[in-house]
Design a protein around this ligand. Sequence first.
Ligand code: NAD
Ligand code: IPM
Ligand code: MN
Length: 361
Amino acid sequence: MAASNAQSLLLLPGDGIGPEVTSEARRIAEAVAPDIKMEEAPFGGISYDKFGEPLTAEVLARAKKADAVLMGAVGGPQWDKAPRAKRPEAALLAMRKELDVYANIRPAYCFAALAPYSALKQHLVDGLDIVIVRELTSGVYFGQPKEITDLSNGERRAVDTQSYTTSEIRRVARVAFELARGRKRPGVRFAGVLSCEKSNVMETGVLWREEVAKLHGEDYEDVQLDHMLADAAAMHLVKAPKDINVILADNLFGDILSDEAAMLTGSIGMLPSASLGDPGGPGLYEPVHGSAPDIAGKGLANPCAAILSLEMVMRWSLKRPEAADRIWKAVDQALAAGARTADLGGKLTTREMSEQILKRL
Ligand code: NAD
Ligand code: IPM
Ligand code: MN
């Protein structure tokens, strides 16, 4: 929590399009919540170039003290050859782990005006409103050993370790059940939590399914629970996405399913996310998209995912639902009026798009 009474938001613009979209989110924040204390800090490749570290101890300490952290994106080809521990992506994983934000909430919501831009036929996504709850601080991203070794026969061998404990599964599953309880979807096929794993081939999948079912029996029998193998869920997401309410998945499957869900909503430039831990700690907010090196510096990036991540900051960490509602409505209205960046077939620059949102706040 912040030392002073003012709520604090730490902005980590990062690399590529990160600074472009974060500065637009900042302008929106200044308009809807001028009293919050906003600061910026270097993070990712830009920090590595300056300090030799993609996440310095100083920036981590500031993040831990903030009420919320809003990230742009990190990474890019110029850092792909850096040692793994020094890569921008490693800093992102370290930040998630250090803040212990184990529940990554990724809404895949199709704004009415964007249904024609979905990769799917319009009738399949009209009114689409899915939330993906992705486990974020364990699984194959963090399991040990994680290494490439030289074998005596001249070959190399790579190992990643997928590992989950009971408590790691239960705490993220609880977030999914709580969310589903507040999002009643009568008539929807998988109306509560759809838990995805590969229990047919993975022991972590077996434990995942058992622990989710056990927690459900203990505390959430009023919420519908369905299990689906993650590959089948990927298929169902493009076959009949409106059958789904809340998806619960581990770190890797959740990563993949959320990029897939992004394309149902029109563009990955639309998808925000919130990463939350136990109450009291800061939330970490970031667009689902990356640093988009192919369009960086050209003013082409869609700022909506960053602006909607700010909406989640207001709603989840700063407890300002009115500010969140204002942002959400302004985005909806701007899109309804035809405002579009290039990823949605439009001509607006990043700044022009956020101007359209700003004037509707
Ligand atoms: P990406 O999301 O950066 O880009 C994928 C495609 O989507 C590109 O064609 C890009 O131009 C487009 N795109 C992404 N965001 C957009 C936006 N806001 N507006 C318009 N178009 C947009 O994914 P990638 O190319 O696989 O990764 C690029 C770099 O970003 C890599 O270094 C990767 O590790 C990193 N990355 C970072 C994060 C993060 O910081 N949270 C997330 C994903 C990827
Ligand atoms: C995401 C990204 C990250 C992830 C990468 C950049 C480490 O793809 O946030 O979805 O895999 O978690
Ligand atoms: Mn991803």
